[in-house]
Write a protein that binds this ligand. Structure first.
Ligand code: SF4
Length: 365
């Protein structure tokens, strides 16, 4: 069994830790790139959203490297994501690829028995003891937890750095070193080391950087290639960013949804403008913006793929929020045709406007 999976931010580190711990060979697709997107787009329905196309590109590139089993996540939710796995499985089968598919879906949607059956397809291919299997899962969770903490600290503190580029360099170095770790526990050690290193980077606590919340469709905000590395760009501009949607948030949200205990803060915050679940993460997007406004952020950037229905609805609501609360929000819509130059110009203009607004408030000019 040679397992592969689509890229989704830094989750490849946790997946590597998991499969190394289970003693199962895993093939990490090359980092998302134009070739993957072109390949994926070529074999996807034109009107399909961008994440679907990039994921298909990942599968093709992994298949070339010898992958024979694809792990993908499913969803019974009301947006196109719910159809991804069926469509992707059918498309790859029609192309003649002889692959096994393991669709990980919420046990509350597919039933506990079916969920265990699907996990058993992976576990049965592992020759390690049950104790080691549990350990592998725990370490993998620890990996994703650590990398998320590092990412969020680095993205926020970049606005306060004294030496330009320190935090960006640290994050890059950290992910490269973690990926090269010789064992899952060594990976955890690398991540712990870099988490501590963050505290040694000099910052100016008296700075008042522009603070922006990154909101929108979950895949697009988490996977840097799909958003043209917006968080990196904002670090270059000395902007502090926060992003609430992360892989761990997604796991917790899926586990707590059946008990209606998921994302209580976001659901409460969104109630005034969007009290219903309309698919995707539209409700969360509204909640995040309203929380950011309350927490005195300077603005928000919404990112979503062309044709994403839930986010089109949130975009309309965000316009009302922006007017009502005098809170600047910029929307970036991405697809395979998005040109970097125009994209950067818009981001720079938005940051510039936020800086001027902030200075006007601070110095009353
Ligand atoms: S949330 Fe939007 S982009 Fe994501 S799968 Fe649904 S429709 Fe597509």
């Amino acid at each position: 069994m040679k397992i592969t999976f689509p890229h989704f931010g830094n989750t490849h580190l946790a997946a590597k830790a998991l499969f190394d711990g289970l003693g199962i060979e895993c093939i990490i697709p090359p980092f998302n790139n134009n070739e993957a997107m072109e390949l994926g787009s070529k074999f996807s329905p034109e009107e399909m959203c961008l994440p679907y196309k990039i994921m298909m590109g990942n599968y093709f590139q992994s298949i070339e490297l010898g992958a024979d089993t694809i792990i993908l996540t499913g969803s019974c939710g009301p947006c196109r994501f719910g159809e991804y796995c069926e469509l992707q499985i059918n498309a790859l089968k029609k192309m003649g690829h002889d692959l096994s598919f393991i669709v990980i879906d919420s046990p509350f949607d597919i039933g506990k028995k079916e969920f265990i059956n699907r996990l058993a397809k992976i576990s049965n291919n592992s020759s390690v003891s049950n104790f080691q299997k549990i350990r592998a899962v725990k370490i993998s969770y620890r990996v994703i937890e650590l990398i998320e903490k590092i990412e969020s600290k680095v993205h926020y503190l970049a606005g306060f750095e004294i030496n330009k580029g320190d935090f960006k360099r640290l994050l890059k170095e950290c992910t490269v070193k973690a990926a090269k770790a010789s064992s899952p526990s060594q990976m955890v050690n690398v991540l712990k080391e870099y988490k501590n290193k963050i505290n040694r980077i000099p910052i100016n606590r008296h700075k008042s950087p522009v603070k922006i919340a990154i909101v929108g469709e979950i895949y697009t905000v988490i996977e840097p290639f799909s958003n043209l590395y917006i968080e990196d760009k904002l670090m270059d501009y000395g902007v502090s960013t926060i992003r609430m949607l992360t892989p761990i948030w997604w796991i917790k949200d899926a586990l707590l949804t059946p008990f209606k205990l998921n994302s209580l803060n976001l659901r409460k915050a969104s109630r005034e403008y969007l009290p219903y679940y309309i698919g995707g993460h539209a409700r969360e997007c509204i909640g995040e913006v309203l929380l950011a406004e309350k927490e005195n952020f300077d603005g928000a950037i919404q990112i979503f793929p062309m044709g994403c229905m839930p986010e089109i609805v949130s975009k309309a609501i965000l316009t009302a929020i922006s007017n009502d609360k005098d809170f600047p929000i910029m929307t970036l819509i991405v697809d395979e045709m998005t040109g970097e130059a125009g994209y950067i110009t818009r981001i720079e203009a938005f940051v510039d406007m936020l800086e001027r607004r902030k200075n006007n408030v601070l110095y009353g000019s």
